[in-house]
Design a protein around this ligand. Structure first.
Ligand code: ADP
Ligand code: MG
Length: 155
């Protein structure tokens, strides 16, 4: 089930992500798609903060995955931009992270769509200037909770 919201600043995106983090459970997989500069890493930064970690969040472009600890759930932050395809992802054993009891956040997930487990959370980001439009595909069991968060943000 999908819900949309707009943010008008990086701070607001982080704030939304931090609220969103409260809905997360062990084993969740979040796909983040949108152009370069859409706000995928900004969203991840807010999410990690919202889980209570003070880890520094930066783009894992060169390392493919960064791990952030110290919060309610560990976060495995992927950037698959430099991967050719899902086979390369699997050959590197990166899918192991999906089953470690943390939260996997995957920037540029479209490269590995075919191996994303069912029931994942899908977020698409578009926009320009300071405005960003988020389309969140949320599992039904947590949709109402997300709707409440979105409504509280007043968009
Ligand atoms: P991505 O990881 O998708 O490439 P980043 O999160 O690294 O994007 O960068 C997003 C850029 O867009 C930052 O420079 C940020 O300051 C800017 N920005 C402007 N408005 C917003 C907004 N509403 N939400 C998120 N980022 C925004
Ligand atoms: Mg990024």
């Amino acid at each position: 089930m999908k819900i949309d919201l707009k943010t008008s600043s990086p701070e607001q995106t982080e704030q939304f992500a931090a609220s969103f983090a409260a809905l997360l459970k062990a084993g969740d997989i979040i796909t983040l798609d949108g152009d370069l500069g859409a706000g995928k890493t900004c969203f991840t930064r807010g999410l990690v903060k919202g889980l209570g970690s003070d880890a520094m969040v930066s783009s894992p472009t060169f390392t493919i995955v960064n791990e952030y600890e110290g919060g309610r759930l560990n976060v495995y932050h992927f950037d698959t931009y430099r991967l050719g395809d899902s086979e390369e992802f699997l050959m590197s054993g990166l899918d192991e992270y999906f089953y470690q009891g943390g939260v996997s956040v995957i920037e540029w997930s479209s490269i590995i769509t075919d191996i994303i487990p069912a029931g994942s959370i899908g977020i698409d980001i578009t926009g320009n200037g300071d405005e960003r439009y988020f389309s969140v595909d949320m599992p039904e069991d947590r949709f109402d909770a997300l709707k409440t968060i979105v409504e509280e943000m007043g968009s």
